[in-house]
Write a protein that binds this ligand. Structure first.
Ligand SMILES: NC(=O)c1ccc[n+]([C@@H]2O[C@H](COP(=O)([O-])OP(=O)(O)OC[C@H]3O[C@@H](n4cnc5c(N)ncnc54)[C@H](O)[C@@H]3O)[C@@H](O)[C@H]2O)c1
Length: 463
Protein backbone atom coordinates (compact mmCIF):
# COMPACT_ATOMS: atom_id res chain seq x y z
CA UNK A 1 0.00 0.00 0.00
CA UNK A 2 2.79 2.42 0.99
CA UNK A 3 4.64 1.48 -2.21
CA UNK A 4 1.54 2.21 -4.30
CA UNK A 5 1.04 5.70 -2.84
CA UNK A 6 4.74 6.45 -3.37
CA UNK A 7 4.39 5.60 -7.07
CA UNK A 8 1.23 7.71 -7.29
CA UNK A 9 2.95 10.66 -5.63
CA UNK A 10 5.93 10.40 -7.99
CA UNK A 11 3.64 10.33 -11.07
CA UNK A 12 1.77 13.36 -9.70
CA UNK A 13 5.01 15.24 -9.11
CA UNK A 14 6.24 14.53 -12.65
CA UNK A 15 2.90 15.70 -14.08
CA UNK A 16 2.99 18.89 -12.03
CA UNK A 17 6.55 19.68 -13.07
CA UNK A 18 5.85 19.13 -16.75
CA UNK A 19 2.64 21.21 -16.57
CA UNK A 20 4.62 23.98 -14.90
CA UNK A 21 7.11 24.01 -17.78
CA UNK A 22 4.33 24.41 -20.29
CA UNK A 23 2.23 26.87 -18.33
CA UNK A 24 2.71 29.57 -20.96
CA UNK A 25 1.24 28.18 -24.17
CA UNK A 26 3.50 30.47 -26.22
CA UNK A 27 6.50 28.69 -24.71
CA UNK A 28 5.04 25.20 -25.07
CA UNK A 29 6.92 24.46 -28.27
CA UNK A 30 10.44 24.17 -27.01
CA UNK A 31 11.77 24.21 -30.57
CA UNK A 32 11.26 27.98 -30.32
CA UNK A 33 14.30 28.07 -28.07
CA UNK A 34 16.60 26.04 -30.25
CA UNK A 35 19.06 27.76 -32.54
CA UNK A 36 17.52 27.86 -35.98
CA UNK A 37 19.41 25.82 -38.52
CA UNK A 38 19.03 28.28 -41.37
CA UNK A 39 22.08 26.88 -43.08
CA UNK A 40 22.12 23.08 -43.00
CA UNK A 41 25.56 21.57 -43.40
CA UNK A 42 26.51 21.06 -47.01
CA UNK A 43 27.54 17.39 -47.34
CA UNK A 44 31.20 16.74 -48.17
CA UNK A 45 31.45 15.68 -51.81
CA UNK A 46 32.51 12.08 -52.23
CA UNK A 47 36.24 11.47 -52.28
CA UNK A 48 36.97 14.83 -50.62
CA UNK A 49 38.81 15.03 -47.28
CA UNK A 50 39.21 17.78 -44.72
CA UNK A 51 42.26 20.08 -44.88
CA UNK A 52 42.99 20.41 -41.16
CA UNK A 53 46.74 21.16 -40.89
CA UNK A 54 47.09 20.77 -44.65
CA UNK A 55 50.66 20.44 -45.89
CA UNK A 56 51.74 21.02 -49.48
CA UNK A 57 55.06 20.60 -51.28
CA UNK A 58 57.61 23.22 -50.21
CA UNK A 59 58.17 26.00 -52.75
CA UNK A 60 61.65 27.47 -52.74
CA UNK A 61 60.85 30.81 -54.37
CA UNK A 62 57.24 31.93 -54.13
CA UNK A 63 55.99 33.57 -57.33
CA UNK A 64 53.17 35.99 -56.54
CA UNK A 65 50.39 37.77 -58.39
CA UNK A 66 48.84 40.76 -56.59
CA UNK A 67 45.23 41.63 -57.43
CA UNK A 68 43.84 44.93 -56.12
CA UNK A 69 46.39 47.69 -55.55
CA UNK A 70 44.43 50.33 -53.68
CA UNK A 71 45.28 51.51 -50.16
CA UNK A 72 45.82 48.03 -48.78
CA UNK A 73 47.25 46.24 -51.84
CA UNK A 74 49.87 48.90 -52.57
CA UNK A 75 51.08 48.61 -48.96
CA UNK A 76 51.31 44.84 -49.32
CA UNK A 77 53.50 45.12 -52.44
CA UNK A 78 55.83 47.50 -50.55
CA UNK A 79 56.11 45.08 -47.62
CA UNK A 80 56.88 42.16 -49.89
CA UNK A 81 59.92 43.97 -51.24
CA UNK A 82 61.43 43.30 -47.79
CA UNK A 83 60.82 39.55 -47.98
CA UNK A 84 63.39 37.14 -49.37
CA UNK A 85 62.74 34.25 -51.73
CA UNK A 86 59.77 35.75 -53.49
CA UNK A 87 59.17 37.04 -57.02
CA UNK A 88 56.40 39.49 -57.88
CA UNK A 89 55.24 38.26 -61.26
CA UNK A 90 52.01 40.17 -61.86
CA UNK A 91 50.26 43.33 -60.69
CA UNK A 92 46.56 43.89 -61.38
CA UNK A 93 44.12 46.72 -60.74
CA UNK A 94 41.40 48.33 -62.82
CA UNK A 95 42.93 51.74 -62.07
CA UNK A 96 46.09 51.93 -64.24
CA UNK A 97 47.73 54.56 -61.99
CA UNK A 98 47.52 52.16 -59.04
CA UNK A 99 49.35 49.51 -61.06
CA UNK A 100 51.97 52.01 -62.12
CA UNK A 101 52.55 53.16 -58.51
CA UNK A 102 53.29 49.60 -57.39
CA UNK A 103 55.44 48.98 -60.45
CA UNK A 104 57.41 52.08 -59.50
CA UNK A 105 57.95 50.66 -56.01
CA UNK A 106 59.42 47.52 -57.58
CA UNK A 107 61.74 49.59 -59.76
CA UNK A 108 62.91 51.67 -56.80
CA UNK A 109 63.63 48.55 -54.78
CA UNK A 110 65.56 46.97 -57.65
CA UNK A 111 62.98 44.25 -58.31
CA UNK A 112 62.33 43.08 -61.88
CA UNK A 113 59.28 44.80 -63.38
CA UNK A 114 56.10 42.76 -63.14
CA UNK A 115 53.57 42.02 -65.86
CA UNK A 116 50.65 44.39 -65.51
CA UNK A 117 46.90 43.94 -65.94
CA UNK A 118 44.13 46.52 -65.87
CA UNK A 119 41.02 44.84 -67.28
CA UNK A 120 37.99 44.10 -65.07
CA UNK A 121 38.34 40.35 -65.54
CA UNK A 122 42.11 40.25 -65.94
CA UNK A 123 42.43 38.62 -62.52
CA UNK A 124 41.33 35.44 -64.31
CA UNK A 125 44.29 35.67 -66.70
CA UNK A 126 46.66 35.92 -63.73
CA UNK A 127 45.11 32.88 -62.06
CA UNK A 128 45.43 30.95 -65.33
CA UNK A 129 49.19 31.55 -65.65
CA UNK A 130 51.43 28.59 -64.94
CA UNK A 131 54.33 30.59 -63.48
CA UNK A 132 52.57 31.79 -60.32
CA UNK A 133 52.30 29.98 -56.98
CA UNK A 134 50.34 32.44 -54.84
CA UNK A 135 47.51 34.84 -55.59
CA UNK A 136 47.31 37.72 -53.12
CA UNK A 137 43.88 39.39 -53.15
CA UNK A 138 43.35 42.97 -51.93
CA UNK A 139 40.31 44.07 -53.88
CA UNK A 140 36.98 45.23 -52.43
CA UNK A 141 35.06 42.49 -50.59
CA UNK A 142 32.80 41.30 -53.42
CA UNK A 143 35.66 39.80 -55.43
CA UNK A 144 37.44 37.94 -52.63
CA UNK A 145 35.67 34.59 -52.93
CA UNK A 146 35.32 34.60 -56.74
CA UNK A 147 39.06 35.23 -57.15
CA UNK A 148 40.06 32.80 -54.39
CA UNK A 149 37.95 29.99 -55.84
CA UNK A 150 39.15 30.60 -59.39
CA UNK A 151 42.77 30.74 -58.23
CA UNK A 152 42.58 27.44 -56.33
CA UNK A 153 40.83 25.82 -59.26
CA UNK A 154 43.82 26.87 -61.35
CA UNK A 155 46.30 25.31 -58.98
CA UNK A 156 47.28 28.37 -56.94
CA UNK A 157 47.50 28.96 -53.23
CA UNK A 158 45.49 31.98 -52.14
CA UNK A 159 45.88 34.69 -49.55
CA UNK A 160 42.88 36.97 -49.40
CA UNK A 161 42.17 40.12 -47.51
CA UNK A 162 39.43 40.14 -44.89
CA UNK A 163 36.66 39.13 -45.03
CA UNK A 164 37.30 36.11 -47.23
CA UNK A 165 33.59 35.66 -47.94
CA UNK A 166 30.35 37.62 -47.62
CA UNK A 167 27.76 34.83 -47.42
CA UNK A 168 27.48 31.30 -46.05
CA UNK A 169 27.25 30.10 -49.64
CA UNK A 170 30.63 31.74 -50.38
CA UNK A 171 32.11 30.21 -47.21
CA UNK A 172 31.17 26.75 -48.45
CA UNK A 173 32.61 27.54 -51.88
CA UNK A 174 35.96 28.33 -50.27
CA UNK A 175 35.92 25.22 -48.08
CA UNK A 176 34.84 22.88 -50.86
CA UNK A 177 37.36 24.27 -53.33
CA UNK A 178 40.24 24.10 -50.84
CA UNK A 179 39.34 20.51 -49.92
CA UNK A 180 38.95 19.49 -53.56
CA UNK A 181 42.12 21.16 -54.85
CA UNK A 182 44.23 20.61 -51.66
CA UNK A 183 45.42 24.23 -51.95
CA UNK A 184 45.94 26.68 -49.12
CA UNK A 185 43.37 29.42 -48.69
CA UNK A 186 44.49 31.86 -46.02
CA UNK A 187 42.49 34.84 -44.94
CA UNK A 188 44.92 37.68 -44.24
CA UNK A 189 43.82 38.34 -40.66
CA UNK A 190 46.74 40.48 -39.61
CA UNK A 191 45.36 41.19 -36.11
CA UNK A 192 46.25 37.64 -35.08
CA UNK A 193 49.88 38.75 -35.33
CA UNK A 194 49.64 41.96 -33.35
CA UNK A 195 52.11 41.85 -30.49
CA UNK A 196 49.67 41.85 -27.58
CA UNK A 197 47.25 39.42 -29.27
CA UNK A 198 49.90 36.87 -30.11
CA UNK A 199 51.54 37.16 -26.67
CA UNK A 200 48.16 36.45 -25.06
CA UNK A 201 47.76 33.45 -27.38
CA UNK A 202 51.06 32.15 -26.04
CA UNK A 203 49.97 32.89 -22.44
CA UNK A 204 46.66 31.10 -22.98
CA UNK A 205 48.41 28.07 -24.47
CA UNK A 206 50.79 27.96 -21.48
CA UNK A 207 47.80 28.01 -19.12
CA UNK A 208 48.40 31.45 -17.59
CA UNK A 209 44.69 32.33 -17.69
CA UNK A 210 43.52 28.86 -16.62
CA UNK A 211 40.50 27.64 -18.55
CA UNK A 212 39.41 30.36 -20.98
CA UNK A 213 35.70 30.93 -20.35
CA UNK A 214 34.82 34.10 -22.23
CA UNK A 215 36.41 36.39 -24.81
CA UNK A 216 35.43 39.67 -26.42
CA UNK A 217 36.47 41.23 -29.69
CA UNK A 218 35.37 44.16 -31.81
CA UNK A 219 35.92 46.38 -34.76
CA UNK A 220 35.22 49.88 -33.51
CA UNK A 221 36.68 52.34 -35.97
CA UNK A 222 35.17 55.67 -36.96
CA UNK A 223 35.29 55.37 -40.75
CA UNK A 224 32.72 58.04 -41.58
CA UNK A 225 35.25 60.37 -43.13
CA UNK A 226 36.73 57.69 -45.39
CA UNK A 227 33.38 56.13 -46.28
CA UNK A 228 31.99 59.45 -47.49
CA UNK A 229 35.18 60.46 -49.31
CA UNK A 230 34.67 60.18 -53.05
CA UNK A 231 38.42 59.81 -53.45
CA UNK A 232 38.66 57.16 -50.70
CA UNK A 233 37.63 53.58 -51.34
CA UNK A 234 37.36 52.62 -55.01
CA UNK A 235 33.88 53.36 -56.29
CA UNK A 236 32.85 54.03 -52.65
CA UNK A 237 32.41 50.27 -52.23
CA UNK A 238 32.43 50.38 -48.46
CA UNK A 239 29.62 52.92 -48.22
CA UNK A 240 27.55 50.74 -50.56
CA UNK A 241 27.84 47.83 -48.13
CA UNK A 242 26.56 50.02 -45.31
CA UNK A 243 23.56 50.88 -47.48
CA UNK A 244 22.86 47.26 -48.31
CA UNK A 245 23.13 45.30 -45.10
CA UNK A 246 22.88 45.23 -41.31
CA UNK A 247 24.67 42.99 -38.80
CA UNK A 248 28.40 42.72 -38.23
CA UNK A 249 29.85 43.51 -41.64
CA UNK A 250 33.52 43.25 -40.60
CA UNK A 251 33.93 40.61 -37.89
CA UNK A 252 37.34 39.09 -38.48
CA UNK A 253 39.71 41.59 -36.80
CA UNK A 254 38.05 41.10 -33.43
CA UNK A 255 37.14 37.45 -33.83
CA UNK A 256 40.32 36.02 -35.38
CA UNK A 257 42.69 36.40 -32.42
CA UNK A 258 40.15 35.16 -29.86
CA UNK A 259 39.13 32.15 -31.97
CA UNK A 260 42.74 31.00 -31.97
CA UNK A 261 42.98 31.57 -28.22
CA UNK A 262 39.79 29.48 -27.80
CA UNK A 263 41.02 26.72 -30.15
CA UNK A 264 38.02 27.03 -32.42
CA UNK A 265 37.86 24.00 -34.71
CA UNK A 266 40.84 22.60 -32.87
CA UNK A 267 38.91 20.99 -30.01
CA UNK A 268 36.00 23.43 -29.67
CA UNK A 269 33.61 24.99 -32.14
CA UNK A 270 31.23 27.93 -32.34
CA UNK A 271 27.69 26.57 -32.04
CA UNK A 272 25.23 29.42 -32.27
CA UNK A 273 24.97 33.17 -32.47
CA UNK A 274 22.50 35.83 -31.39
CA UNK A 275 22.94 39.34 -32.72
CA UNK A 276 21.33 42.74 -32.17
CA UNK A 277 21.80 46.10 -33.89
CA UNK A 278 20.85 49.60 -32.88
CA UNK A 279 19.07 51.65 -35.51
CA UNK A 280 21.07 53.77 -37.88
CA UNK A 281 21.65 57.34 -36.70
CA UNK A 282 25.26 58.37 -37.23
CA UNK A 283 25.58 58.10 -41.01
CA UNK A 284 22.57 60.30 -41.70
CA UNK A 285 23.56 62.91 -39.13
CA UNK A 286 27.11 63.00 -40.48
CA UNK A 287 25.88 63.23 -44.09
CA UNK A 288 23.46 66.05 -43.22
CA UNK A 289 26.19 68.03 -41.48
CA UNK A 290 28.78 67.42 -44.18
CA UNK A 291 26.73 67.58 -47.38
CA UNK A 292 23.53 69.36 -46.33
CA UNK A 293 20.02 68.26 -45.30
CA UNK A 294 18.89 67.88 -48.91
CA UNK A 295 21.98 66.11 -50.18
CA UNK A 296 21.73 62.69 -51.78
CA UNK A 297 23.96 61.20 -49.07
CA UNK A 298 21.68 62.53 -46.32
CA UNK A 299 18.62 61.02 -47.93
CA UNK A 300 19.98 57.54 -48.52
CA UNK A 301 18.60 54.62 -46.55
CA UNK A 302 21.56 53.06 -44.74
CA UNK A 303 20.61 49.59 -43.58
CA UNK A 304 23.56 49.21 -41.23
CA UNK A 305 22.63 50.02 -37.64
CA UNK A 306 25.34 52.02 -35.86
CA UNK A 307 26.29 49.49 -33.19
CA UNK A 308 25.99 45.74 -33.63
CA UNK A 309 26.55 43.30 -30.77
CA UNK A 310 26.67 39.52 -31.17
CA UNK A 311 27.00 36.69 -28.69
CA UNK A 312 28.34 33.29 -29.61
CA UNK A 313 28.28 30.12 -27.53
CA UNK A 314 30.72 27.31 -28.15
CA UNK A 315 30.31 23.55 -27.96
CA UNK A 316 32.40 23.49 -24.75
CA UNK A 317 30.20 26.09 -23.04
CA UNK A 318 32.38 29.15 -23.60
CA UNK A 319 31.06 32.53 -24.75
CA UNK A 320 32.19 35.27 -27.12
CA UNK A 321 30.96 38.85 -27.37
CA UNK A 322 31.66 40.60 -30.66
CA UNK A 323 30.94 44.21 -31.65
CA UNK A 324 31.01 46.29 -34.79
CA UNK A 325 30.74 50.06 -35.06
CA UNK A 326 32.19 52.21 -37.85
CA UNK A 327 29.93 55.24 -37.53
CA UNK A 328 30.27 56.58 -33.97
CA UNK A 329 32.71 59.25 -32.86
CA UNK A 330 34.72 57.19 -30.40
CA UNK A 331 38.25 55.84 -29.98
CA UNK A 332 39.43 52.87 -32.01
CA UNK A 333 39.07 49.48 -30.28
CA UNK A 334 39.21 45.77 -30.96
CA UNK A 335 38.56 45.02 -27.27
CA UNK A 336 40.55 41.76 -27.19
CA UNK A 337 39.32 40.61 -23.78
CA UNK A 338 40.21 37.19 -22.43
CA UNK A 339 38.62 35.94 -19.25
CA UNK A 340 39.78 32.68 -17.74
CA UNK A 341 39.54 30.83 -14.44
CA UNK A 342 43.00 32.11 -13.39
CA UNK A 343 43.33 35.47 -15.05
CA UNK A 344 42.19 38.19 -17.36
CA UNK A 345 43.63 40.26 -20.20
CA UNK A 346 42.39 43.20 -22.22
CA UNK A 347 43.98 45.28 -24.91
CA UNK A 348 41.64 48.28 -25.16
CA UNK A 349 41.19 50.97 -23.97
CA UNK A 350 44.40 50.22 -22.10
CA UNK A 351 46.48 47.08 -22.11
CA UNK A 352 46.12 45.18 -18.87
CA UNK A 353 46.60 41.75 -17.40
CA UNK A 354 45.32 40.57 -14.02
CA UNK A 355 46.26 37.24 -12.51
CA UNK A 356 45.38 35.15 -9.49
CA UNK A 357 45.80 35.61 -6.56
CA UNK A 358 45.56 39.40 -7.08
CA UNK A 359 43.24 39.60 -10.01
CA UNK A 360 41.22 42.44 -8.48
CA UNK A 361 43.89 44.73 -9.88
CA UNK A 362 45.86 44.90 -13.09
CA UNK A 363 49.57 44.16 -12.91
CA UNK A 364 51.80 47.21 -12.73
CA UNK A 365 53.14 48.51 -16.04
CA UNK A 366 56.59 47.12 -15.27
CA UNK A 367 55.23 43.67 -14.51
CA UNK A 368 53.04 43.80 -17.59
CA UNK A 369 56.00 44.68 -19.80
CA UNK A 370 58.16 41.90 -18.44
CA UNK A 371 55.32 39.37 -18.73
CA UNK A 372 54.75 40.37 -22.36
CA UNK A 373 58.47 39.98 -22.98
CA UNK A 374 58.61 36.56 -21.31
CA UNK A 375 55.65 35.35 -23.33
CA UNK A 376 56.77 36.69 -26.70
CA UNK A 377 55.48 34.11 -29.14
CA UNK A 378 58.28 32.01 -30.71
CA UNK A 379 57.31 33.12 -34.23
CA UNK A 380 57.55 36.77 -33.21
CA UNK A 381 61.02 36.29 -31.73
CA UNK A 382 62.24 35.31 -35.21
CA UNK A 383 61.20 38.53 -36.88
CA UNK A 384 60.20 41.16 -34.31
CA UNK A 385 62.88 43.72 -35.05
CA UNK A 386 62.51 43.61 -38.81
CA UNK A 387 58.71 43.70 -38.54
CA UNK A 388 58.84 46.88 -36.48
CA UNK A 389 61.25 48.39 -39.02
CA UNK A 390 59.16 47.52 -42.09
CA UNK A 391 55.89 48.36 -40.33
CA UNK A 392 52.35 47.79 -41.57
CA UNK A 393 50.07 48.52 -38.59
CA UNK A 394 53.12 48.64 -36.35
CA UNK A 395 54.63 45.42 -37.71
CA UNK A 396 51.83 42.87 -37.51
CA UNK A 397 51.23 42.98 -41.27
CA UNK A 398 54.84 42.10 -41.94
CA UNK A 399 54.80 39.21 -39.45
CA UNK A 400 51.74 37.87 -41.30
CA UNK A 401 53.45 38.14 -44.71
CA UNK A 402 56.67 36.63 -43.38
CA UNK A 403 54.79 33.68 -41.83
CA UNK A 404 52.83 33.00 -45.02
CA UNK A 405 56.01 32.81 -47.08
CA UNK A 406 57.91 30.89 -44.35
CA UNK A 407 55.22 28.18 -44.17
CA UNK A 408 54.89 27.89 -47.95
CA UNK A 409 58.68 27.61 -48.33
CA UNK A 410 58.88 24.93 -45.67
CA UNK A 411 55.80 22.95 -46.67
CA UNK A 412 54.17 23.64 -43.28
CA UNK A 413 50.46 24.11 -42.50
CA UNK A 414 49.58 27.81 -42.58
CA UNK A 415 48.69 29.63 -39.35
CA UNK A 416 45.17 30.31 -40.63
CA UNK A 417 43.32 27.73 -42.70
CA UNK A 418 40.26 27.82 -44.90
CA UNK A 419 37.99 26.88 -41.96
CA UNK A 420 39.17 29.97 -40.06
CA UNK A 421 38.37 32.01 -43.16
CA UNK A 422 34.89 30.50 -43.41
CA UNK A 423 34.04 30.62 -39.69
CA UNK A 424 35.12 34.21 -39.13
CA UNK A 425 33.55 35.48 -42.36
CA UNK A 426 30.31 33.53 -41.79
CA UNK A 427 29.42 35.94 -38.97
CA UNK A 428 28.55 38.54 -41.61
CA UNK A 429 25.48 36.68 -42.86
CA UNK A 430 24.67 34.91 -39.58
CA UNK A 431 24.59 38.17 -37.60
CA UNK A 432 22.52 39.87 -40.28
CA UNK A 433 19.96 37.07 -40.28
CA UNK A 434 19.75 37.13 -36.49
CA UNK A 435 19.30 40.92 -36.44
CA UNK A 436 16.56 40.69 -39.06
CA UNK A 437 14.72 38.16 -36.89
CA UNK A 438 14.68 39.88 -33.49
CA UNK A 439 18.01 38.38 -32.46
CA UNK A 440 16.94 34.82 -33.19
CA UNK A 441 19.63 32.29 -32.24
CA UNK A 442 21.13 30.79 -35.38
CA UNK A 443 23.24 27.65 -35.61
CA UNK A 444 26.75 28.27 -36.91
CA UNK A 445 27.61 25.71 -39.58
CA UNK A 446 30.45 23.34 -38.79
CA UNK A 447 32.58 24.01 -41.85
CA UNK A 448 34.96 21.20 -40.85
CA UNK A 449 32.05 18.71 -41.08
CA UNK A 450 33.12 16.90 -37.92
CA UNK A 451 36.90 17.33 -38.21
CA UNK A 452 37.00 20.04 -35.50
CA UNK A 453 38.21 17.49 -32.93
CA UNK A 454 41.09 16.16 -35.02
CA UNK A 455 43.62 18.42 -33.30
CA UNK A 456 43.27 20.00 -29.87
CA UNK A 457 45.05 23.30 -30.21
CA UNK A 458 46.11 25.96 -32.68
CA UNK A 459 49.71 25.56 -33.78
CA UNK A 460 51.84 28.12 -35.58
CA UNK A 461 54.32 25.65 -37.02
CA UNK A 462 58.07 26.07 -37.14
CA UNK A 463 60.67 23.83 -38.79
N1 LIG B 1 43.71 43.72 -42.78
C1 LIG B 1 43.65 45.03 -42.66
O1 LIG B 1 44.13 45.64 -41.70
C2 LIG B 1 42.98 45.81 -43.74
C3 LIG B 1 43.10 47.20 -43.78
C4 LIG B 1 42.50 47.87 -44.84
C5 LIG B 1 41.78 47.18 -45.78
N2 LIG B 1 41.66 45.83 -45.69
C6 LIG B 1 40.93 45.06 -46.70
O2 LIG B 1 41.65 45.17 -47.94
C7 LIG B 1 40.74 45.19 -49.02
C8 LIG B 1 40.99 46.41 -49.89
O3 LIG B 1 40.76 47.57 -49.14
P1 LIG B 1 41.36 48.98 -49.56
O4 LIG B 1 41.30 49.84 -48.37
O5 LIG B 1 42.69 48.79 -50.22
O6 LIG B 1 40.29 49.46 -50.64
P2 LIG B 1 40.58 50.25 -51.98
O7 LIG B 1 39.27 50.66 -52.51
O8 LIG B 1 41.61 51.29 -51.73
O9 LIG B 1 41.24 49.14 -52.92
C9 LIG B 1 40.53 48.23 -53.68
C10 LIG B 1 41.23 48.12 -55.02
O10 LIG B 1 40.61 47.09 -55.81
C11 LIG B 1 40.67 47.55 -57.15
N3 LIG B 1 39.74 46.81 -58.01
C12 LIG B 1 38.42 46.98 -58.15
N4 LIG B 1 37.92 46.09 -59.05
C13 LIG B 1 38.96 45.34 -59.46
C14 LIG B 1 39.10 44.29 -60.38
N5 LIG B 1 38.07 43.80 -61.09
N6 LIG B 1 40.34 43.75 -60.58
C15 LIG B 1 41.41 44.24 -59.90
N7 LIG B 1 41.34 45.25 -59.01
C16 LIG B 1 40.12 45.79 -58.80
C17 LIG B 1 40.35 49.02 -57.05
O11 LIG B 1 40.75 49.75 -58.20
C18 LIG B 1 41.13 49.43 -55.82
O12 LIG B 1 42.43 49.87 -56.16
C19 LIG B 1 39.37 45.13 -48.41
O13 LIG B 1 38.94 43.82 -48.41
C20 LIG B 1 39.56 45.60 -46.99
O14 LIG B 1 38.62 45.04 -46.11
C21 LIG B 1 42.25 45.14 -44.69
Amino acid sequence: MRKKSLVLLTVLAILLISCGNNSDPKLANDTLFKAQELFPESPRPEGQKDVIELTCDPIDTIRIGFIGLGMRGSGAVKRYTFIENIKIIALCDVVPENVEKSQQVLREKGFPVADTYTGTDDWKKICERDDIDLIYVCTHWDLHTPIAVYAMEHGKHVATEVPAALTIEECWQLVNTAEKTRKHCMQLENCNYDFFEIATLNMAQQGLFGEIVHCEGAYIHDLRFLNFDENGYWNMWRLKHLEKTDGNTYPTHGLGPICHIMNIHRGDKMNYIVSMSSDQFGMTIYAKEKFGEDSDYAKRDYKKGDINTSFIRTEKGKTIMLQHDVTSPRPYSRLHIISGTKGFAQKYPQKGIALEPNAHHFLSNNKLDSLLKDYTHPIVKDIEEKAKEVGGHGGMDFIMDYRLIYCLRNGLPLDQDVYDAAEWSAIIELSRRSVENQSMPIKIPDFTRGAWQKVNKVTYFKK
